[in-house]
Design a protein around this ligand. Structure first.
Ligand code: F0G
Length: 453
C-alpha cells in the first residue's frame, strides 16, 4: 500500500490509436519528440518527475529568496551535512552541473576515471575535460537473468589491477554510481563499496559517490546484505557517504524534487576551486542556480526519501510490474530494482536485427498500443554505423527502460502498463524494425529520425 493519499490531482491525456499513429509519424518515430500531452503513462524517466509532498510544498512557501546568505541555504546545507558528513556543500541546478564543476576543478587532460559504470552525462563530462572514463562493472552484471542481488558492484579485481597497473599514475578518481543506472539500476553492496574505498585509500585516489539513488541503494542493502539487515536505510546511506571523499548528487531522483542537485566535498581546497566555477557558471554559492524554495524542497525530500514505507512501496510497485511483464512473456533484467524495469527486447523480438533496433521497436509499440512512453537502451543508444550505414558496433543488449517516477503513478496505472505489455507480446511477430533516416553526430537517440522498416 502506498504510504500517502492524494491531495492534488492532474488529469492524464487519453488518446486514440489513430492519434498516436499520427503523432508517431509526425515526430519521425522518435519518442523524445512527442508532446507530453500525447503521452498517457510517461515512464521515460524517474528524474524530476516525482510528486512533491504537502510538507515540500509548505517548505517552498517558507523559502528565502535572498541572493546571498539565504536562510534556505543554511537549512539545506545542515540537512545535507547531517546525511553525508561532508563539510562543503555546493548547490547546483542538477547532477550534470555537479559533474562538470568537479571534473573541471579536479581533472587534467589525459587522466583516467574509473567507475562501476559512469552514467552517460558523467562519461560525457569526463571526456569534455579531456580524460578517459573506464567502466569496471562486475562480471555478474553480464547475466541479465541472474537474480544475484548486487549486480551493480564494481569489479574489485580489475579495480585493483588498474590501481597497481602501468596507468596508475593517471587515475584521477573513482566514481561509484549508487544504484548503478548504467547497469539496469542494480545496487552496490556495502561490502563492495567498503572494499573499493579501502583500495582507493591505499592508492591515494579520491572516491566519489554518484548518489542520485542513494536511498534506493540503501533499501536494497537492508533487504539483501548480511550485516545490514538490522539497520535502517538512513543508517546504511549515512555509512555509504562516510566511506567516500565526496558525492555528486542529482536531487531530481532521491531528493524527490523537480530540479536541483549538489556537490558534497571533504577537501576544502578542492571545494574552493569548485566554488569559483560555481559562481562563474551556476550562481552564488548560497543558491547555485536554484531558487531558495528549491533548496528547502530538497532538504525536505532528503528527509522523506529514506522512509522505509516509501522505499517499500517503490520496491512493491517495481515487483508488481515485473510480475506483469513476466506473465506477459516478456523477460526483464533480473532482479527488478526500484527506479525502473528493463525489458529484454532483443529476446522478445528475435526477428529484428540490432541495426533495426528491437528496443526502439518495442518502445514505439508500447506507445502505439497504450500511450506509454519508455526509452530504448540498445543499439540506437549505443550502436554506430559507418558513412554507408553499415553497422560498426551494436549494443551488448537490446533493452527498454520503464522508469518509475516517485509517488506519481498508482497500481491501476501499472496494471494498464501490464495490459499493454501483454497485448504487445501477443502480436510480437508483427512488430516492425526501424530504419534510421537522419541522425545528428552526437547523442543521436534524442534527435534522430526513423521510419518503420
Ligand atoms: N547520475 C545518474 C546515475 C543519473 O541517473 C543521472 C540522470 C545523472 C547522474 C545526471 O543527473 O539529470 O540531474 O543532470 N539520469 C536521468 C535518467 C536523466 O533518466 O536516468 P541530472
Amino acid at each position: 500500500m502506498e504510504p500517502y493519499r492524494i491531495k492534488v490531482v492532474e488529469p492524464i491525456p487519453v488518446t486514440t490509436r489513430a492519434q498516436r499513429e499520427q503523432a508517431l509519424r509526425r515526430v519521425h518515430y522518435n519518442l523524445f519528440g512527442l508532446r507530453a500531452d500525447e503521452v498517457t503513462i510517461d515512464l521515460l524517466t524517474d528524474s524530476g518527475t516525482g510528486a512533491l509532498s504537502a510538507a515540500q510544498w509548505a517548505a517552498a512557501m517558507a523559502g528565502d529568496e535572498s541572493y546571498a546568505g539565504s536562510r534556505s541555504f543554511f537549512h539545506f546545507r545542515d540537512v545535507v551535512q547531517d546525511l553525508t558528513s561532508y563539510p562543503c556543500v555546493l548547490p547546483v541546478h542538477q547532477g550534470r552541473a555537479a559533474e562538470r564543476i568537479l571534473f573541471s576543478a579536479l581533472l587534467t587532460p589525459g587522466q583516467i576515471t574509473l567507475s562501476n559504470t559512469h552514467f552517460d552525462t558523467t562519461r560525457a563530462n569526463v571526456e569534455l575535460a579531456g580524460c578517459r572514463a573506464v567502466d569496471l562493472p562486475c562480471p555478474q552484471a553480464e547475466d541479465l537473468d541472474s537474480t544475484e542481488p548486487f549486480k551493480g558492484d564494481i569489479d574489485l579485481r580489475r579495480l585493483e589491477e588498474a590501481l597497481r597497473g602501468p596507468d596508475a599514475g593517471r587515475i584521477a578518481l573513482v566514481v561509484m554510481t549508487l544504484t548503478n543506472n548504467g547497469e539496469a539500476g542494480q545496487p552496490v553492496s556495502m561490502d563492495n563499496l567498503s572494499r573499493a574505498a579501502a583500495l582507493c585509500r591505499e592508492h591515494a585516489v579520491p572516491l566519489f559517490l554518484d548518489a542520485a539513488r542513494f536511498a534506493e541503494n540503501a533499501w536494497l542493502v537492508t533487504r539483501h546484505e548480511d550485516g545490514y539487515r538490522h539497520l535502517s536505510p538512513r543508517q546504511v546511506a549515512e555509512q555509504a557517504f562516510r566511506l567516500a571523499d565526496g558525492c555528486l548528487m542529482s536531487a531530481k531522483k532521491d531528493g524527490i524534487v523537480h530540479i536541483g542537485g549538489f556537490l558534497g566535498l571533504r577537501d576544502r581546497s578542492l571545494a574552493e576551486r569548485c566554488e569559483l566555477l560555481l559562481i562563474a557558471t551556476e550562481g552564488f554559492p548560497t543558491y547555485g542556480g536554484l531558487a531558495g524554495r528549491d533548496l528547502d524542497m530538497i532538504a525536505q525530500g532528503l528527509t522523506e526519501v529514506t522512509d522505509p514505507r516509501h522505499l517499500q512501496a517503490r520496491a512493491d510497485a517495481a515487483r508488481h510490474l515485473a510480475r506483469l511483464a513476466r506473465d506477459a512473456g516478456i523477460d526483464i533484467v533480473e532482479p527488478p530494482g526500484l527506479h525502473a524495469l528493463y525489458l529484454n527486447a532483443g529476446r522478445l523480438l528475435p526477428h529484428i536485427p540490432a541495426h533495426r533496433f528491437p528496443g526502439h521497436a518495442l518502445a514505439c509499440q508500447l506507445y502505439l498500443e497504450g500511450g506509454i512512453r519508455s526509452v530504448e537502451l540498445g543499439s540506437l543508444y549505443l550502436g554506430r554505423e559507418d558513412e554507408n550505414g553499415t553497422p560498426v558496433t551494436s549494443a551488448p543488449y537490446e533493452l527498454v527502460r520503464l522508469a518509475l517516477p516517485r509517488r506519481t503513478y498508482g497500481l491501476s496505472h501499472l496494471n494498464h502498463v501490464g495490459e499493454v505489455l501483454a497485448a504487445t507480446a501477443r502480436a510480437k511477430e508483427r512488430i516492425p524494425g526501424y530504419r534510421l533516416i537522419e541522425q545528428p553526430s552526437l547523442l543521436r537517440h534524442f534527435r534522430c529520425k526513423l521510419e518503420p522498416d
